[in-house]
Design a protein around this ligand. Sequence first.
Ligand code: NI
Ligand code: MN
Length: 229
Amino acid sequence: MKIIYHGHSAVQIITGDKSLIIDPFLSGNPLAVTKPEDIKVDAVLLTHAHGDHILDAAPIAKANQAPVVANVELAAYMSWKGVETIGMNIGGTLDLGFVKAKMVQAIHTSGIVDEETKTVIYGGVAAGYILRVEGKTILHTGDTALFSDMKLLGDRENIDVVLLPIGDHFTMGPEDALKAAEWYRAKLVIPVHYNSFPVIKQDADQFVSQLEARGINGKVLAPGEAIEL
Ligand code: NI
Ligand code: MN
């Protein structure tokens, strides 16, 4: 399989002739090198309702006739944008055929701020996904703070790759992400959710050096860069 980092929290997984993307945020990300119209996928998974995670979800889902997978409230909201949706909730596993996606806890918010009507729409709660693909386990944590049940997942799930936010301000920063990496016990840690905006600027190379000093494998991916697994 191939894991492509599209910048921010946007991650695409390709297995055989099937593919999915998590949290597509390309058109609004100055660092992105891929256009939404170039994304070919069979499913779009959303961790939560914030704009920097859902911005390109509807156009990509429509162009590919692919379902949007999200918590039930966000799924309802996305369905009003004319896309097919699959609503689920934390603890549940969805079998998409080429991947099994389990929705897991994140500590974050998930509202939609509607500037026009000055209302905040309830977008369910934030989550992450444990993905089982080709016998491997990939965890996309979504936006999250550090929480001790990360250790539970690390003990239970044999995680091959974890995508961890390090940007700080909206999510955990590098220090907490180092602790998360220890708890998840993943074979490889890929930092995400940094440098897209000035407020989340971080030194990802330094983060990876700090991981390696603790005996944990880390890899910085530039937007558009991929790894084979
Ligand atoms: Ni967020
Ligand atoms: Mn975010």
